[in-house]
Unconditional design. Structure first.
Length: 80
């Protein structure tokens, strides 16, 4: 897996990331977010609002094992 990072400063969002999971297949829209215990990776998501309530829906679904591998690759690229 190869991660590409675009550093940013939008509140707690510190970077945006893409990950190439296979030749010709790249997933875009990950975010590196500053948390209380350090940075973590948020999955690509879509915002929805109904009756004044805001909800975020993941647009990419993966197993916990794959999410851990993706997060590790993104955080390593982020830390440089």
């Amino acid at each position: 897996m190869k991660a590409t990072i675009r550093k940013a400063e939008f509140g707690k969002v510190k970077a945006f990331a893409n990950i190439e999971v296979a030749p010709g297949l790249t997933i875009d829209g990950f975010k590196v977010v500053e948390g209380k215990e350090g940075p973590w990776v948020a999955l690509p998501s879509r915002k929805s609002e109904k009756n004044g309530k805001v909800t975020y829906w993941d647009t990419v679904h993966m197993t916990a094992q794959v999410k851990e591998q993706v997060s590790k690759a993104i955080l390593e690229a982020f830390k440089g």
